[in-house]
Design a protein around this ligand. Structure first.
Ligand SMILES: Cc1cc2nc3c(=O)[nH]c(=O)nc-3n(C[C@H](O)[C@H](O)[C@H](O)COP(=O)(O)OP(=O)(O)OC[C@H]3O[C@@H](n4cnc5c(N)ncnc54)[C@H](O)[C@@H]3O)c2cc1C
Length: 372
Protein backbone atom coordinates (compact mmCIF):
# COMPACT_ATOMS: atom_id res chain seq x y z
CA UNK A 1 0.00 0.00 0.00
CA UNK A 2 1.43 3.43 -0.95
CA UNK A 3 1.08 6.38 1.43
CA UNK A 4 0.31 10.05 0.91
CA UNK A 5 2.95 12.39 2.27
CA UNK A 6 3.07 14.37 4.50
CA UNK A 7 0.56 12.74 6.87
CA UNK A 8 -2.62 14.52 7.97
CA UNK A 9 -2.76 15.34 11.68
CA UNK A 10 -6.21 13.69 11.73
CA UNK A 11 -8.57 11.80 9.45
CA UNK A 12 -12.26 11.34 10.23
CA UNK A 13 -14.25 8.47 8.69
CA UNK A 14 -18.00 8.99 8.19
CA UNK A 15 -19.99 12.15 7.32
CA UNK A 16 -22.88 11.79 9.76
CA UNK A 17 -23.44 14.10 12.73
CA UNK A 18 -20.56 12.52 14.69
CA UNK A 19 -17.98 12.76 11.91
CA UNK A 20 -18.94 16.25 10.74
CA UNK A 21 -19.20 17.50 14.34
CA UNK A 22 -15.74 16.13 15.18
CA UNK A 23 -14.32 17.67 12.00
CA UNK A 24 -15.81 21.05 13.01
CA UNK A 25 -14.10 20.79 16.40
CA UNK A 26 -10.81 19.84 14.69
CA UNK A 27 -11.25 22.95 12.55
CA UNK A 28 -11.18 25.06 15.73
CA UNK A 29 -7.63 23.82 16.49
CA UNK A 30 -5.11 26.22 15.00
CA UNK A 31 -3.27 24.96 11.89
CA UNK A 32 -4.36 21.33 12.25
CA UNK A 33 -4.44 19.38 8.96
CA UNK A 34 -7.43 17.06 8.70
CA UNK A 35 -9.92 15.55 6.28
CA UNK A 36 -13.10 13.47 6.25
CA UNK A 37 -13.90 10.43 4.09
CA UNK A 38 -17.51 9.36 3.46
CA UNK A 39 -18.63 6.10 1.86
CA UNK A 40 -21.74 7.61 0.22
CA UNK A 41 -23.02 11.18 0.46
CA UNK A 42 -23.07 13.65 3.37
CA UNK A 43 -25.68 12.39 5.87
CA UNK A 44 -26.00 9.08 4.00
CA UNK A 45 -27.62 7.28 6.95
CA UNK A 46 -30.35 9.92 7.15
CA UNK A 47 -30.91 9.69 3.39
CA UNK A 48 -31.38 5.94 3.99
CA UNK A 49 -33.93 6.39 6.82
CA UNK A 50 -37.45 5.22 5.95
CA UNK A 51 -39.45 8.27 4.79
CA UNK A 52 -41.93 8.25 7.69
CA UNK A 53 -39.24 8.10 10.39
CA UNK A 54 -38.47 11.29 12.32
CA UNK A 55 -36.17 12.32 15.15
CA UNK A 56 -37.57 11.71 18.61
CA UNK A 57 -35.38 14.36 20.25
CA UNK A 58 -36.95 17.77 19.60
CA UNK A 59 -35.11 20.67 18.00
CA UNK A 60 -35.57 24.17 19.39
CA UNK A 61 -33.36 27.22 18.92
CA UNK A 62 -32.24 27.92 22.47
CA UNK A 63 -28.66 28.67 21.35
CA UNK A 64 -28.62 32.35 22.33
CA UNK A 65 -29.18 31.42 25.98
CA UNK A 66 -26.66 28.57 26.28
CA UNK A 67 -29.24 25.85 25.52
CA UNK A 68 -27.93 24.74 22.13
CA UNK A 69 -30.50 22.94 19.94
CA UNK A 70 -30.46 19.27 21.06
CA UNK A 71 -29.82 18.04 17.52
CA UNK A 72 -27.17 20.61 16.57
CA UNK A 73 -23.59 19.56 15.92
CA UNK A 74 -22.00 23.02 16.16
CA UNK A 75 -22.70 25.75 18.74
CA UNK A 76 -23.71 28.26 16.05
CA UNK A 77 -26.23 26.06 14.24
CA UNK A 78 -29.75 24.84 14.90
CA UNK A 79 -31.80 22.38 12.82
CA UNK A 80 -34.98 24.04 14.17
CA UNK A 81 -33.78 27.37 12.79
CA UNK A 82 -32.51 26.16 9.41
CA UNK A 83 -35.25 23.57 8.73
CA UNK A 84 -38.22 25.20 10.50
CA UNK A 85 -39.26 21.89 12.09
CA UNK A 86 -38.92 20.42 15.56
CA UNK A 87 -38.81 16.70 14.70
CA UNK A 88 -36.77 16.44 11.46
CA UNK A 89 -37.17 13.54 9.04
CA UNK A 90 -34.00 11.84 7.81
CA UNK A 91 -33.90 13.77 4.56
CA UNK A 92 -34.45 17.07 6.41
CA UNK A 93 -31.60 16.33 8.82
CA UNK A 94 -29.34 15.41 5.87
CA UNK A 95 -30.18 18.86 4.43
CA UNK A 96 -29.09 20.44 7.73
CA UNK A 97 -25.81 18.44 7.69
CA UNK A 98 -25.12 19.49 4.08
CA UNK A 99 -25.71 23.14 4.91
CA UNK A 100 -23.32 22.91 7.90
CA UNK A 101 -20.62 21.35 5.69
CA UNK A 102 -21.11 24.06 3.08
CA UNK A 103 -21.16 26.95 5.56
CA UNK A 104 -18.05 25.88 7.49
CA UNK A 105 -16.29 24.46 4.40
CA UNK A 106 -15.67 21.08 6.03
CA UNK A 107 -13.22 19.12 3.83
CA UNK A 108 -15.41 16.07 3.01
CA UNK A 109 -14.55 13.61 0.24
CA UNK A 110 -17.66 11.60 -0.68
CA UNK A 111 -17.90 8.22 -2.49
CA UNK A 112 -14.74 7.35 -0.54
CA UNK A 113 -15.48 4.13 1.34
CA UNK A 114 -12.70 3.13 3.70
CA UNK A 115 -11.92 -0.51 3.11
CA UNK A 116 -8.92 -1.16 5.35
CA UNK A 117 -6.97 0.48 8.16
CA UNK A 118 -3.48 -0.48 9.28
CA UNK A 119 -1.78 0.99 12.33
CA UNK A 120 1.93 1.81 11.96
CA UNK A 121 4.51 3.30 14.33
CA UNK A 122 3.72 6.77 13.01
CA UNK A 123 -0.05 6.70 12.58
CA UNK A 124 -2.59 4.94 10.38
CA UNK A 125 -2.56 3.96 6.73
CA UNK A 126 -6.08 4.05 5.38
CA UNK A 127 -7.14 2.50 2.08
CA UNK A 128 -10.23 4.07 0.51
CA UNK A 129 -12.16 4.00 -2.74
CA UNK A 130 -10.45 7.32 -3.56
CA UNK A 131 -6.95 6.08 -2.74
CA UNK A 132 -4.72 5.77 0.33
CA UNK A 133 -4.42 8.34 3.13
CA UNK A 134 -1.84 8.54 5.91
CA UNK A 135 -2.89 10.21 9.17
CA UNK A 136 -1.34 10.49 12.61
CA UNK A 137 -4.71 10.23 14.35
CA UNK A 138 -7.90 8.58 13.17
CA UNK A 139 -11.52 9.16 14.24
CA UNK A 140 -14.01 6.41 13.45
CA UNK A 141 -17.51 7.90 13.06
CA UNK A 142 -19.06 5.21 10.86
CA UNK A 143 -22.32 5.00 12.86
CA UNK A 144 -24.46 2.03 13.80
CA UNK A 145 -27.40 2.18 11.37
CA UNK A 146 -25.89 -0.37 9.03
CA UNK A 147 -25.48 -2.95 11.80
CA UNK A 148 -29.01 -3.68 13.06
CA UNK A 149 -28.91 -6.46 15.65
CA UNK A 150 -30.69 -9.65 14.67
CA UNK A 151 -32.97 -11.09 17.37
CA UNK A 152 -31.34 -14.23 18.77
CA UNK A 153 -34.21 -16.54 17.81
CA UNK A 154 -34.63 -19.25 15.21
CA UNK A 155 -36.04 -17.98 11.91
CA UNK A 156 -34.98 -14.39 12.62
CA UNK A 157 -34.17 -13.98 8.92
CA UNK A 158 -37.94 -14.03 8.28
CA UNK A 159 -38.35 -10.68 10.06
CA UNK A 160 -37.98 -7.22 8.47
CA UNK A 161 -35.50 -4.90 10.21
CA UNK A 162 -37.18 -1.80 11.69
CA UNK A 163 -34.72 0.41 9.79
CA UNK A 164 -35.75 -0.99 6.39
CA UNK A 165 -38.27 0.64 4.05
CA UNK A 166 -40.13 -2.71 3.89
CA UNK A 167 -40.92 -2.57 7.61
CA UNK A 168 -42.62 0.83 7.21
CA UNK A 169 -44.89 -0.19 4.27
CA UNK A 170 -48.61 -0.37 5.11
CA UNK A 171 -49.61 -3.65 6.82
CA UNK A 172 -52.99 -5.27 6.66
CA UNK A 173 -54.43 -7.35 9.49
CA UNK A 174 -52.14 -8.01 12.46
CA UNK A 175 -48.50 -6.90 12.61
CA UNK A 176 -46.02 -8.21 15.19
CA UNK A 177 -43.12 -6.07 16.39
CA UNK A 178 -40.27 -7.76 18.27
CA UNK A 179 -38.70 -5.24 20.67
CA UNK A 180 -40.52 -2.51 22.59
CA UNK A 181 -38.06 0.32 23.08
CA UNK A 182 -37.93 3.54 21.01
CA UNK A 183 -37.74 2.11 17.48
CA UNK A 184 -40.27 -0.65 18.29
CA UNK A 185 -42.77 1.85 19.73
CA UNK A 186 -42.12 4.20 16.80
CA UNK A 187 -42.88 1.65 14.09
CA UNK A 188 -45.78 0.07 16.03
CA UNK A 189 -47.47 3.47 16.42
CA UNK A 190 -46.86 4.15 12.72
CA UNK A 191 -48.77 0.98 11.77
CA UNK A 192 -51.57 1.57 14.30
CA UNK A 193 -51.93 5.11 12.88
CA UNK A 194 -52.15 3.45 9.44
CA UNK A 195 -55.06 1.25 10.60
CA UNK A 196 -53.31 -2.05 11.44
CA UNK A 197 -53.66 -4.15 14.60
CA UNK A 198 -50.23 -4.42 16.21
CA UNK A 199 -48.71 -6.59 18.93
CA UNK A 200 -45.38 -5.62 20.49
CA UNK A 201 -43.49 -8.35 22.34
CA UNK A 202 -40.65 -7.63 24.77
CA UNK A 203 -39.93 -9.49 28.01
CA UNK A 204 -38.27 -6.43 29.54
CA UNK A 205 -41.39 -4.23 29.06
CA UNK A 206 -39.39 -1.09 28.22
CA UNK A 207 -42.70 0.73 27.64
CA UNK A 208 -43.14 0.86 31.42
CA UNK A 209 -41.87 3.99 33.15
CA UNK A 210 -38.31 2.68 33.56
CA UNK A 211 -35.92 3.78 36.25
CA UNK A 212 -34.13 7.10 36.31
CA UNK A 213 -34.51 10.14 34.08
CA UNK A 214 -31.93 9.32 31.37
CA UNK A 215 -33.72 9.09 27.98
CA UNK A 216 -31.37 6.24 27.03
CA UNK A 217 -33.29 4.10 29.51
CA UNK A 218 -36.74 5.71 29.46
CA UNK A 219 -39.16 6.38 26.57
CA UNK A 220 -39.13 9.96 25.28
CA UNK A 221 -42.27 11.99 26.14
CA UNK A 222 -43.32 12.08 22.48
CA UNK A 223 -43.06 8.28 22.20
CA UNK A 224 -45.09 7.91 25.39
CA UNK A 225 -47.79 10.23 24.04
CA UNK A 226 -47.96 8.31 20.76
CA UNK A 227 -48.09 5.05 22.69
CA UNK A 228 -51.04 6.29 24.76
CA UNK A 229 -52.88 7.38 21.59
CA UNK A 230 -52.19 4.03 19.90
CA UNK A 231 -53.33 2.09 22.99
CA UNK A 232 -56.55 4.14 23.11
CA UNK A 233 -57.52 2.84 19.63
CA UNK A 234 -57.76 -0.69 21.09
CA UNK A 235 -55.57 -1.91 18.22
CA UNK A 236 -52.25 -2.07 20.11
CA UNK A 237 -51.36 -4.96 22.37
CA UNK A 238 -48.25 -5.01 24.59
CA UNK A 239 -47.02 -8.49 25.53
CA UNK A 240 -44.47 -9.02 28.32
CA UNK A 241 -42.68 -11.97 26.70
CA UNK A 242 -39.74 -12.49 24.36
CA UNK A 243 -39.91 -13.94 20.86
CA UNK A 244 -38.44 -17.45 20.81
CA UNK A 245 -38.80 -18.26 17.11
CA UNK A 246 -40.30 -17.18 13.79
CA UNK A 247 -41.79 -19.63 11.25
CA UNK A 248 -43.64 -19.40 7.97
CA UNK A 249 -46.96 -21.28 7.85
CA UNK A 250 -48.60 -21.04 4.42
CA UNK A 251 -49.54 -17.41 3.85
CA UNK A 252 -48.92 -16.53 7.51
CA UNK A 253 -45.96 -16.03 9.84
CA UNK A 254 -45.97 -17.52 13.34
CA UNK A 255 -44.03 -15.91 16.20
CA UNK A 256 -43.64 -18.24 19.16
CA UNK A 257 -43.04 -16.64 22.55
CA UNK A 258 -41.04 -17.80 25.57
CA UNK A 259 -44.28 -17.91 27.61
CA UNK A 260 -45.48 -20.74 25.35
CA UNK A 261 -48.01 -18.75 23.33
CA UNK A 262 -47.99 -18.08 19.57
CA UNK A 263 -48.90 -15.06 17.50
CA UNK A 264 -50.08 -15.36 13.89
CA UNK A 265 -49.53 -12.50 11.48
CA UNK A 266 -50.35 -11.82 7.83
CA UNK A 267 -47.08 -10.01 7.21
CA UNK A 268 -43.42 -10.48 8.03
CA UNK A 269 -42.74 -9.70 11.72
CA UNK A 270 -40.67 -6.58 12.38
CA UNK A 271 -37.44 -6.80 14.39
CA UNK A 272 -36.74 -3.63 16.40
CA UNK A 273 -33.95 -5.10 18.47
CA UNK A 274 -31.35 -2.34 18.41
CA UNK A 275 -28.01 -1.77 16.76
CA UNK A 276 -24.42 -2.93 17.16
CA UNK A 277 -21.38 -0.65 17.24
CA UNK A 278 -20.77 -1.06 13.46
CA UNK A 279 -16.98 -0.69 13.53
CA UNK A 280 -16.38 -1.83 9.93
CA UNK A 281 -12.70 -1.65 8.89
CA UNK A 282 -11.50 -0.66 12.40
CA UNK A 283 -13.22 -3.55 14.17
CA UNK A 284 -9.89 -5.34 14.75
CA UNK A 285 -8.42 -2.24 16.40
CA UNK A 286 -10.85 -2.16 19.33
CA UNK A 287 -11.00 -4.45 22.37
CA UNK A 288 -14.53 -5.20 23.62
CA UNK A 289 -16.15 -4.63 26.98
CA UNK A 290 -17.91 -7.61 28.54
CA UNK A 291 -21.19 -6.23 27.09
CA UNK A 292 -19.70 -6.25 23.57
CA UNK A 293 -19.30 -2.46 23.15
CA UNK A 294 -15.87 -1.04 22.25
CA UNK A 295 -13.49 -0.54 25.15
CA UNK A 296 -12.34 3.09 25.34
CA UNK A 297 -9.98 5.04 27.53
CA UNK A 298 -11.18 8.27 29.16
CA UNK A 299 -10.44 10.17 25.92
CA UNK A 300 -12.68 7.90 23.77
CA UNK A 301 -9.57 6.28 22.35
CA UNK A 302 -9.13 2.61 21.57
CA UNK A 303 -7.31 0.80 24.38
CA UNK A 304 -5.72 -1.43 21.69
CA UNK A 305 -4.70 1.26 19.21
CA UNK A 306 -3.83 4.63 20.78
CA UNK A 307 -4.46 7.43 18.28
CA UNK A 308 -7.71 5.82 17.09
CA UNK A 309 -10.77 7.60 18.52
CA UNK A 310 -14.46 6.66 18.45
CA UNK A 311 -17.06 9.38 17.91
CA UNK A 312 -20.79 8.71 17.93
CA UNK A 313 -23.53 6.66 19.59
CA UNK A 314 -21.35 3.60 20.33
CA UNK A 315 -19.44 5.50 23.04
CA UNK A 316 -19.95 3.88 26.45
CA UNK A 317 -18.24 4.80 29.73
CA UNK A 318 -19.27 2.58 32.61
CA UNK A 319 -23.08 2.68 32.63
CA UNK A 320 -23.25 5.86 30.53
CA UNK A 321 -24.56 5.58 26.96
CA UNK A 322 -23.84 8.41 24.51
CA UNK A 323 -26.47 7.30 22.02
CA UNK A 324 -28.14 10.64 21.20
CA UNK A 325 -26.65 13.60 19.32
CA UNK A 326 -26.87 15.85 22.40
CA UNK A 327 -24.81 13.26 24.30
CA UNK A 328 -22.11 12.22 21.85
CA UNK A 329 -21.52 15.81 20.69
CA UNK A 330 -20.13 16.46 24.20
CA UNK A 331 -17.02 14.62 23.08
CA UNK A 332 -16.25 16.28 19.70
CA UNK A 333 -14.23 19.11 21.26
CA UNK A 334 -12.61 16.79 23.79
CA UNK A 335 -11.31 14.47 21.05
CA UNK A 336 -10.15 17.50 19.03
CA UNK A 337 -8.28 18.88 22.02
CA UNK A 338 -6.45 15.60 22.70
CA UNK A 339 -5.44 15.41 19.02
CA UNK A 340 -4.47 19.11 18.94
CA UNK A 341 -2.42 18.91 22.15
CA UNK A 342 -0.49 15.92 20.78
CA UNK A 343 0.25 17.81 17.59
CA UNK A 344 1.48 20.77 19.68
CA UNK A 345 -1.28 23.11 18.39
CA UNK A 346 -3.29 25.84 20.12
CA UNK A 347 -6.65 24.39 21.19
CA UNK A 348 -7.91 27.42 23.16
CA UNK A 349 -10.77 28.14 20.74
CA UNK A 350 -12.45 24.89 21.80
CA UNK A 351 -13.54 26.52 25.08
CA UNK A 352 -16.36 28.16 23.07
CA UNK A 353 -17.87 24.65 22.79
CA UNK A 354 -17.96 24.35 26.57
CA UNK A 355 -19.71 27.72 26.87
CA UNK A 356 -22.38 26.37 24.48
CA UNK A 357 -22.90 23.26 26.63
CA UNK A 358 -21.14 21.11 24.03
CA UNK A 359 -17.98 20.01 25.84
CA UNK A 360 -17.84 17.54 28.70
CA UNK A 361 -14.38 16.36 29.66
CA UNK A 362 -15.18 15.32 33.21
CA UNK A 363 -17.46 12.32 32.83
CA UNK A 364 -18.19 12.14 36.56
CA UNK A 365 -20.68 14.99 36.08
CA UNK A 366 -22.83 13.03 33.58
CA UNK A 367 -25.85 10.95 34.49
CA UNK A 368 -27.35 13.25 37.14
CA UNK A 369 -30.95 12.32 37.97
CA UNK A 370 -33.78 14.84 37.90
CA UNK A 371 -35.43 15.46 41.28
CA UNK A 372 -38.89 15.97 39.80
C1 LIG B 1 -33.58 4.64 13.85
C2 LIG B 1 -32.76 5.60 14.65
C3 LIG B 1 -33.33 6.73 15.18
C4 LIG B 1 -32.56 7.64 15.92
N1 LIG B 1 -33.15 8.74 16.43
C5 LIG B 1 -32.39 9.64 17.10
C6 LIG B 1 -32.96 10.86 17.62
O1 LIG B 1 -34.14 11.11 17.51
N2 LIG B 1 -32.13 11.71 18.27
C7 LIG B 1 -30.81 11.46 18.43
O2 LIG B 1 -30.11 12.28 19.02
N3 LIG B 1 -30.28 10.31 18.00
C8 LIG B 1 -31.02 9.41 17.34
N4 LIG B 1 -30.45 8.24 16.89
C9 LIG B 1 -29.07 7.93 17.29
C10 LIG B 1 -27.97 8.68 16.50
O3 LIG B 1 -28.13 10.06 16.58
C11 LIG B 1 -27.95 8.27 15.07
O4 LIG B 1 -27.65 6.91 15.02
C12 LIG B 1 -26.89 9.03 14.25
O5 LIG B 1 -27.05 8.71 12.91
C13 LIG B 1 -25.48 8.69 14.67
O6 LIG B 1 -24.59 9.54 14.01
P1 LIG B 1 -23.20 9.01 13.43
O7 LIG B 1 -22.58 10.18 12.74
O8 LIG B 1 -22.45 8.30 14.46
O9 LIG B 1 -23.59 7.88 12.37
P2 LIG B 1 -24.27 7.98 10.93
O10 LIG B 1 -25.24 9.09 10.85
O11 LIG B 1 -24.74 6.61 10.66
O12 LIG B 1 -23.06 8.34 9.97
C14 LIG B 1 -22.05 7.42 9.70
C15 LIG B 1 -21.54 7.72 8.31
O13 LIG B 1 -20.37 6.93 8.10
C16 LIG B 1 -20.39 6.44 6.79
N5 LIG B 1 -19.55 5.24 6.74
C17 LIG B 1 -19.80 4.04 7.33
N6 LIG B 1 -18.80 3.17 7.05
C18 LIG B 1 -17.91 3.83 6.27
C19 LIG B 1 -16.68 3.48 5.66
N7 LIG B 1 -16.17 2.24 5.77
N8 LIG B 1 -16.03 4.41 4.94
C20 LIG B 1 -16.52 5.68 4.84
N9 LIG B 1 -17.69 6.06 5.37
C21 LIG B 1 -18.37 5.15 6.09
C22 LIG B 1 -21.87 6.17 6.51
O14 LIG B 1 -22.15 6.14 5.12
C23 LIG B 1 -22.53 7.37 7.22
O15 LIG B 1 -22.70 8.48 6.38
C24 LIG B 1 -31.20 7.35 16.15
C25 LIG B 1 -30.63 6.20 15.62
C26 LIG B 1 -31.40 5.33 14.87
C27 LIG B 1 -30.74 4.11 14.31
Amino acid sequence: MTRTSPPLDALVIGAGPAGIGTALALDAVEDLTFGLLERGQIGQTFLDWPEAQTFLTPSFTGNGFGATDLNAIHPETSPAFSLGVDYPTGSQYATYLRSVVRHFRVPVLDDAEVTSVVQNDDGFTVESARGPVWARSLVWAGGEFHQPLTPRVSGSGLADRACSAAAWRAREGRAVVIGGYESGIDIACHHVEGGADVTIVDGETPWDAGTGSDPSFRLAPRSRRRLEAATATGRLELVAANAAGVKRDGSEWVVSLDNGSRLRTDSRPIAATGYGPGLGPVDHLFARRPDGWPELDEDDQSTLAPGLFLSGPAIRHGGLKFCFVYKFRQRFAHIARVIGDRAGKDTGALEAWRAAGMLTDDLSCCGVECAC
